[in-house]
Design a protein. Structure first.
Length: 210
């Protein structure tokens, strides 16, 4: 703890915006971890039940179950089913539109993670530049080069650079993890939507034959 406090102090004022970026990034990571875990758990549970009902062509029961689940999957299927009397093209369009809305909701917060992972190294490099300026100013004032004169400025430069990279690397990893997890959810929802369309089409064929 004492070593951390010393590094913070030696890093200069640039450590404060870096610290704020770290706290903001961590808060978003925790929020997204909890939110996506809950959504994924509910979606996986509903997916199995909905797929079983759709396989048996029990479309109305599947949609009722999806609506009650309060999941992105449920809202997408409900949006498509509401257009079932307007033809397959309208069903697909409704699913696509609702899917874009749900995707935007799932991706909330990711822009903040991307921002932190991009800005933190830049702030660290800014601290590097400021530290080097401080070192050269010390040399200019002293009129000679001594290790003790430039050590403080170089230390600031190294600390802020390390801090920026330390923040950016895990945040960037978390951002990519969330993107991949959302992509998997989207694929599962697309599969369910296609199953619903197939089930609707299968029920329309006997009706048309009659």
């Amino acid at each position: 703890m004492e070593q951390f406090q010393k590094l913070w102090s030696d890093g200069g004022w640039m450590m404060w915006p870096l610290g704020a970026a770290a706290v903001a990034g961590l808060a978003v990571v925790v929020w997204k971890l909890i939110g996506l875990h809950l959504i994924a758990a509910r979606t996986r549970r509903v997916l199995g039940e909905v797929h079983a009902l759709l396989t048996e062509r029990r479309v109305e029961e599947a949609i009722a179950l999806a609506r009650q689940s309060n999941t992105p999957l449920g809202r997408i299927l409900a949006a498509g089913y509401a257009r079932r009397d307007e033809g397959t093209e309208r069903v697909l369009k409704a699913i696509e539109n609702e899917g874009l809305i749900e995707l935007a909701l799932l991706e909330r917060g990711l822009v903040w993670l991307a921002t932190v992972s991009n800005v933190a190294p830049l702030m660290g490099f800014l601290g590097t530049v400021l530290g080097m300026i401080e070192a050269f100013q010390a040399i200019e004032l002293a009129g000679e080069v001594e290790a003790t004169l430039v050590a403080a400025g170089i230390k600031v430069a190294l600390i802020t650079t390390a801090a920026g990279l330390t923040i950016a690397i895990p945040i960037n990893i978390a951002h990519n993890y969330f993107v991949s997890r959302i992509d998997r959810l989207v694929l599962d929802m697309e599969e369910s939507a296609q199953k619903m369309i197939d089930a609707l089409h299968a029920t329309e064929i006997p009706a048309a034959a009659d």
